[in-house]
Design a protein around this ligand. Sequence first.
Ligand code: ATP
Ligand code: MG
Ligand code: FE
Length: 337
Amino acid sequence: NLILSFETSCDETSVAVIKNGSEILSNIVATQIKSHQRFGGVVPEVASRHHIEQITGCVEDALARASVTYDDLDAVAVTYGPGLVGALLIGVTAAKTIAWAHGLPLVPVNHIAGHIYGARLVKPIEFPAMALVVSGGHTELVYMPEEGKFEIIGETRDDAAGEAYDKIGRVLSINYPAGKEVDELAHQGKDTFNFPRAMDDDSNFDFSFSGLKSAFINTVHHADQIHESLSREDLAASFQQAVVDVLADKTKRALREFPVNQLILAGGVAANRGLRERLTDELTAFKDTELVLVPLSLCGDNAAMIGSAGEMLYRQGVRADATLNADPSLEFDLMNK
Ligand code: ATP
Ligand code: MG
Ligand code: FE
């Protein structure tokens, strides 16, 4: 089957054509990062306007690059949450319009399910599976006993991992989004600051990154006041080591309690080199669990992953009608039947 998929939850306008849920025929991503950089973060109104300007061209490019027409399609899939409401609405409206105009079924997709199903573009997901989702807005351990079922067993109590990267990046005068550059700096430094690893020893699967962020910011501000200059590389390395330690420890604990066939690392922060290396190391101790890393090109927001999750939901009979609305705080439970 062929699915035309839409992703507009944040600052990427993306449209893809996916074959059988696993083969990318096209994946057009128009990023708006430059427009948001001077504000130090995503400005919702600016995002919506860009989506409106980009979406039609993205649809045309996606169809052309895949060499298909509307008549070849079996369904339209779209992210309807979570995300920025005004941004989501552009994708939802475009998808609804195309589905209605061409008599195609409309499949609503949860953005986080999309991040996880990015793994399916590498190899089939084998259940039960666990996903560590680390992104700009989420840090979650998601247990998937079977296809289409998502159980959040742990999540952040405050900041998401990506959000923490972006906030400490600002203190290091790194442009938004800072994750990639902090990751690069970290590889040139050493963990000399020993920042706190919050909740690392707690017997749950939850995370907290605001204490780490505050410790980082206080360290830099204190040094500024006494005109001491700290190594940016060591600061970045110390921050990253604290993040990776907690993510790896909690994931190991989750894998011991929920034995799975695959561990999927997904979300924007899944592009982190330190995290990918660490999980690769740690997973050698879990002989029955295969590590599936979403490829770097598909870690950030894109419509290919939405088409992949959308195809699974399409086969399960999940449909939306013309009343489909954006749901900025959409949760997983709504998808579980
Ligand atoms: P969500 O998916 O939770 O709705 P989002 O879609 O805004 O949020 P993504 O686009 O999935 O988030 O991820 C963007 C985040 O990934 C940013 O915070 C960015 O700094 C971070 N990021 C990207 N590359 C890296 C990296 N190499 N190391 C750490 N963080 C990274
Ligand atoms: Mg983004
Ligand atoms: Fe995302």
